[in-house]
Design a protein around this ligand. Structure first.
Ligand code: AMP
Length: 311
């Protein structure tokens, strides 16, 4: 499969790379890292990364603007995205050929070639494996993006699906490029004081049910009062995913027309419930977008029930 993808890349002069909406460091690291990898090996190809920029993760590289190409002659590669509706900035049907490289559980087929490994820690890990298998030339900049993608999705090699293969590939990447990886963490883990104070608000105000569901519903007013945004709680959720009494954590923030929820679990499978509330994701790390707090309550009830069952 990795060789087949390399063959297609060789064929096309124009390549667009997309990833999911609301990108995280793995979505950005895998897509921008792949772009730079292709350019590094085929300097004559025109390669663009599309999607909305994410100011918070600017250190992972830039998104291309105003691309004027004939998509019917171009190759589209989508990383870290299991379904069409979550692709940011590209419509698969408009392209000559489409490739998916993803580590989410399968949702739907939208590409001609689908490389899916839902046991891989991250999409960035798949790109490292792709580079290694095809003997692509790497450099420190490419390596740093792919490394941060893996580190972010595994929460520093903590989560399940961090395997010998993850460590093997990352170790290979570091050796190959002489990557100064310890100096990369600052961007990923530095927090503003405002976020830490907001985290304090969450700790003091989240509800914990008897079955082990921790949740908080954050209104616009609270978000404004703490001078944060609708994504902040989700960015802090990993800090709440290793607490004794808690099996599932759900942070739900009002975000214009819907409620943006991040959900994490240390046992119960949550992505099936998330998918019923305009969401989805991995079995232990999901997101959902209920329409309002009433729908959010229904989702929280379902999450509470699976915690009870899990006990
Ligand atoms: P987050 O809590 O936003 O970091 O998302 C955790 C995981 O769930 C990631 O793999 C996301 O791609 C996925 N995810 C988040 N929101 C949604 C959504 N609305 N629909 C489908 N998957 C989602």
């Amino acid at each position: 499969m990795y060789k087949k993808i390399a063959k297609e890349i060789k064929k096309y002069n124009t390549i667009i790379i997309a990833r999911h909406i609301g990108p995280d460091p793995d979505a950005l690291g895998s897509s921008i890292g792949l772009k730079e990898l292709i350019v590094n090996n085929f300097p004559k190809k025109k390669v663009y990364v599309v999607g909305s920029p994410a100011a918070r993760f600017r250190y992972l590289g830039n998104i291309d603007k105003q691309i004027d190409i004939d998509t019917k002659k171009a190759l589209l590669i989508v990383t870290d995205t299991p379904d069409i509706k979550r692709i940011d900035g590209a419509i698969p049907n408009n392209f000559a050929k489409v490739i998916k490289i993803d580590h989410h559980p399968f949702v739907e087929k939208y590409a001609d070639i689908e490389l899916i490994d839902d046991k891989a820690s991250s999409a960035s890990q798949l790109i490292i494996e792709f580079a290694k298998k095809n003997h692509y030339k790497l450099n420190k900049t490419i390596a740093s993006k792919l490394y941060l993608g893996v580190v972010a999705d595994t929460n520093r090699f903590l989560y399940e699906y961090t395997t010998w293969k993850t460590l093997n590939l990352v170790s290979w990447l570091i050796k190959k490029t002489d990557l100064d990886f310890t100096n990369l963490y600052e961007n990923l883990y530095n927090r503003s004081l405002k976020e830490i104070i907001f985290s304090g608000y969450i700790s003091l105000n989240m509800k914990v049910t008897e079955s082990g569901l921790a949740y908080i519903k954050l209104t616009d007013d609270i978000i404004k009062e703490y001078e944060v945004d609708a994504s902040t709680a989700g960015n802090l959720i990993e800090n709440f995913n290793n607490i004794d009494q808690i099996k599932v954590v759900a942070f739900c923030s009002q975000d214009k027309d819907y409620i943006k929820c991040s959900i994490r679990s240390r046992g119960p499978i949550i992505n099936e419930i998330a998918s019923r509330y305009n969401g989805g994701g991995h079995i232990y790390a999901s997101g959902a977008r209920p329409k309002n707090f009433e729908e959010t309550d229904n989702m929280l009830n379902e999450l509470d029930k699976i915690c009870e069952k899990y006990k």
